[in-house]
Design a binder for this molecule. Structure first.
Ligand SMILES: Cc1cc2nc3c(=O)[nH]c(=O)nc-3n(C[C@H](O)[C@H](O)[C@H](O)COP(=O)(O)OP(=O)(O)OC[C@H]3O[C@@H](n4cnc5c(N)ncnc54)[C@H](O)[C@@H]3O)c2cc1C
Length: 372
């Protein structure tokens, strides 16, 4: 008799990656949303056959990266040479060029998109027109659904596959396959904020108007002053510099992240993906460009070869940097530890009853960001 993965690690350490959900072939696991607003697996004891599969596909238990260590990783600043893609992307648009590279080889791409109810789901994209939906960072946890299984199916059909996600998701996928035809890209991830807080925030902004779309990384005021843009069905808009937006402020001040994000074993080096992408914050003056600059880490030979091919094919421009320079603006990668706020639990307990505006006044407005 084997304990299930969630029994072994406990809910606090669970990242909500959907690894166990995808591993179970007797449908004994459902993914629920916790009181705090994060995905977690619920085991149906009546169906569970204690086979241990969920243990094998839980990255918290199983994952070990054999990617490069600090001395071998290469770091670059870079951007796509396609102006339109760059402007639609969070940073330098490197994700889209990696995706185009795979689509041009008749492969498929899995990434996160908003659905019409403004929830984030991982989904498959097979052509360049649909890639737009995956662009730009959605600062809420993505529902993976059956995507790891879908990746295996595509690989079985001899397709090339690109999977992009936060590092725990990439680590989960890697417990299923290490196929040469799979390219994995992880994002430097500050952590994921509570879905319950996000929903309450959206309600406070919409006031019963229907929300058509949310973009946390609108570049109309430039990359360094990226905006949160919420578009409503009646044609009106909410536009605010993201760093001045209360939802983002509470997120970046670590007030309502998933409990596992405060001690994340996937945040540091060695990384889970073949390639890591992020914003190149604190880029030197001569490269600073308001259209956005990506930070790129090549974590193994495969990742390095793909980036070099994109350069050779005139898709991207890159500049080699030291790892130290690359990480100045992204201390998250040095260690996965973040300080949990004393008021986190209280805030998450009260969000549904009190609503976002009250929570914002009580816990968010006076917060100062921790310096790590
Ligand atoms: C929750 C979260 C936290 C982040 N924290 C940091 C950080 O601290 N520092 C930093 O420099 N960068 C962070 N990023 C990454 C950064 O915002 C950009 O996604 C990255 O620079 C890629 O930009 P791009 O221009 O190449 O591509 P873009 O076109 O912006 O592509 C975004 C890619 O991210 C994927 N994605 C979007 N939302 C999610 C999600 N919720 N879950 C999983 N995958 C998603 C999409 O599928 C797409 O592949 C974070 C991203 C997320 C989603």
């Amino acid at each position: 008799m084997k304990n299930s993965a969630i029994d072994e690690i406990g809910q606090e350490k669970c990242t909500g990656c959907f690894g166990c959900f995808n591993s179970c072939n007797v449908e004994a696991i459902s993914m629920e949303i916790s009181k705090e607003g994060f995905y977690y697996p619920l085991i149906n004891d009546g169906k569970c056959v204690s086979c241990g599969k969920c243990n094998n596909n839980c990255p918290v238990i199983r994952f070990k990266s054999d990617n490069y260590d600090e001395d071998k990783i290469k770091a670059y600043a870079g951007y796509t040479l396609d102006e339109d893609i760059r402007m639609e992307s969070s940073s330098g648009g490197i994700f889209s060029e990696l995706a185009n590279y795979v689509l041009e080889q008749y492969g498929v791409v899995f990434g996160a998109k908003w659905n019409k109810n403004i929830k984030v789901n991982h989904s498959k994209v097979c052509n360049k027109q649909d890639l737009k939906e995956l662009r730009s960072s959605k600062y809420v946890q993505s529902n993976i659904g059956n995507v790891y299984k879908n990746v295996l199916e595509e690989l079985d059909r001899n397709k090339k596959v690109l999977f992009v996600g936060v590092p725990c998701q990439v680590a989960a996928l890697k417990t299923f396959t290490q196929s040469e035809s799979l390219i994995t890209v992880d994002l430097i991830c500050h952590g994921v904020p509570s879905m319950k807080v996000f929903e309450s925030y959206l309600e406070s902004k919409s006031r019963n108007k229907k929300v058509n779309s949310v973009n946390f990384r609108d570049k109309s005021k430039g990359w360094s002053k990226y905006c949160t843009k919420i578009s409503f069905e009646d044609g009106s808009q909410y536009l605010k510099i993201t760093r001045e937006d209360p939802f983002f402020h509470g997120f970046i001040c670590d007030l309502y992240l998933n409990s596992s994000c405060y001690d994340c074993k996937f945040a540091s080096i060695p990384r889970s993906g073949d390639i890591t992408i992020a914003d190149f914050w604190q880029i030197d003056e001569e490269l600073m460009d308001e259209r956005g600059i990506s930070l790129i880490l090549t974590n193994n030979e495969k990742g390095e070869n793909i980036i070099k091919e994109l350069v050779k094919n005139n898709k991207i421009e890159i500049f080699e940097k030291t790892l130290e320079d690359a990480l100045k603006g992204n201390p998250r990668i040095k260690n996965g530890h973040l300080r949990m706020r004393d008021k986190r639990e209280e805030c998450l307990r009260n969000i549904e009853e009190e609503g976002f505006e009250e929570i914002s006044k009580k816990y968010i407005v006076n917060l100062k960001r921790y310096v790590y």
